[in-house]
Write a protein that binds this ligand. Structure first.
Ligand code: GLY
Ligand code: MN
Ligand code: MN
Length: 430
């Protein structure tokens, strides 16, 4: 792996934390992701299933974890199945995990690590002892494009073979666990953030009138790759001028013009963990008075919102409060009228014309990480805070986004080192 080895204690502990959430006599199966095809014999870069990674640390295709904590025979309580390697695979694809290496990565004793072709034989000794079978599905409120995952195919296969077993949903339990970051996960997210910081500083010295958005993307990639990142956490948004008002602009194909602001929504990946940062900077190194006014308004909303990310607060209330702060900033900028705001439909607040997305989401192994929005904020949760104001008629879009760790006493801004104040940005660009 490109990233430095992770102590297997994290994965041992994650499996331990799952056990008390299971019903009695439960068996759990979690599958790796597929290597996704492009066209013909082309494939995308492999990206592990985050739940499997969270429970094992194995970053390799064709892997399956089976847990059965109450199996009478201890050797069946944790079992891992791996793709068996061969000389041919070594020559064409390179090294795959040996059983000894798998023990090192996962903390599962190597006598409980098998090759995948042994699955039926081993699983047959486990499955009839179990009363509840937890299988995994991709449960995400925002999941868009769906492909049939290895987990989904496994559910079909399992149902065919064992039609009378009771199936349970693993996903809510994984969401519950993954929402609270373990102490060993924080430095991994912080590394992704620190790489993003280096990248942003590099961009501040590079952006000027006449450069193309894709040239900025190339600079970004250079800095990510030389720091043990596999690249971007998500498709980067490098949006100058009016492009910044297209929320998911990813073409990154335009030339940056003197006098425009450029919105950069870019984060690095590191060891499957993610940073999610947005900065908006003046292409020529100086904000106009109007741009600065909008910038400072967004920054004030961001700071107030960050104050509200603390234990015990509720997601929906937080978003409502941030909406009110944004409302008053938009009135201040002359974009909303105070009387119209006072008479607005509370279910369709007027601020949404200029700030049409949410302020925060969970962050971790997924960029829009799993977690339940009805659960009160708790220490260990990591959120983004990302207000924006998008004024299409002014060809101006400004968003600022930091990543914040909730602590017992409030929160820690994990991006506190990344330049944010307008004066600082201007000084660094000049
Ligand atoms: N970059 C994706 C987001 O900000 O949510
Ligand atoms: Mn973002
Ligand atoms: Mn975000």
């Amino acid at each position: 792996m490109r990233y430095l080895p992770i102590e297997n204690q994290l994965f041992v502990q994650n499996r331990q934390r799952l056990l008390p959430l299971l019903k009695p006599k439960s068996l759990v199966v979690v599958n790796a992701n597929d290597i996704m095809p492009t066209n013909a014999d082309g494939t995308m870069v492999f990206r592990q299933n985050n739940d499997l990674f969270y429970l094992t640390g194995v970053d390799q295709e064709e892997t399956r974890l089976v847990l059965f904590p109450e199996h009478p025979d201890p050797k069946f309580r944790e079992v891992l199945f791996l793709r068996e390697t061969s000389e041919l695979i070594e020559i064409w694809e390179g090294h795959k995990l040996t059983k000894a290496e798998a023990e090192q990565v996962t903390g599962i004793p190597q006598k409980q690590v098998y090759w995948m072709h042994q699955f039926e034989q081993i699983f047959g000794q486990m499955v009839f002892e179990a009363e509840h079978i937890y299988l995994n599905t991709n449960e995400h409120t925002r999941a868009g494009v769906e492909v049939e995952t290895r987990d989904a195919r496994y559910i079909d296969a399992f149902r065919q073979k064992y039609p009378l077993h009771r199936l349970e949903r693993l996903a809510p339990l994984m969401h519950y666990l993954r929402a609270i970051k373990q102490p060993q996960e924080i430095p991994l997210i912080q590394t992704a953030i620190d790489i993003t910081d280096k990248m942003f500083r590099r961009l501040l010295g590079f952006i000027k009138p006449g450069v193309w958005e894709y040239e900025i993307e190339a600079e970004m990639m250079h800095e990510f790759l030389r720091n043990r990142s596999r690249g971007t956490a998500y498709t980067p948004i490098i949006a100058s001028g009016a492009n910044a008002c297209v929320l998911h602009y990813i073409d990154n194909s335009q030339q940056c013009q003197d006098g425009d602001v450029i919105l950069l929504d870019i984060g690095a990946e590191y060891a499957n963990y993610n940073a999610d940062m947005t900065r908006s900077v003046p292409v020529n190194g100086r904000f106009t008075t109007r741009q600065r006014a909008v910038y400072d308004a967004v920054l004030r909303v961001m700071k107030e919102a960050t104050q509200m990310l603390r234990p015990g607060n509720l997601w929906d209330e937080y978003h409502r409060e941030v909406g009110k702060v944004m409302e008053s900033e938009l009135i201040g900028l002359g974009l909303l009228d105070r009387t119209e705001v006072a008479n607005q439909d509370p279910d369709a607040p007027l601020y949404k014309k200029y700030f049409m997305h949410g302020t925060s989401h969970f962050l971790g192994l997924d960029v829009h990480d799993v977690g339940n929005k009805y659960r009160k904020m708790e220490a260990g949760m990591v959120f983004t805070v990302e207000p924006g104001i998008y004024i299409r008629e002014e060809k101006l879009g400004i968003r600022l986004e930091n990543n914040v760790l909730i602590t017992e006493s409030g929160n820690i801004d994990m991006m506190a080192n990344i330049p944010l104040e307008a004066d600082e940005i201007e000084a660094m660009m000049n």
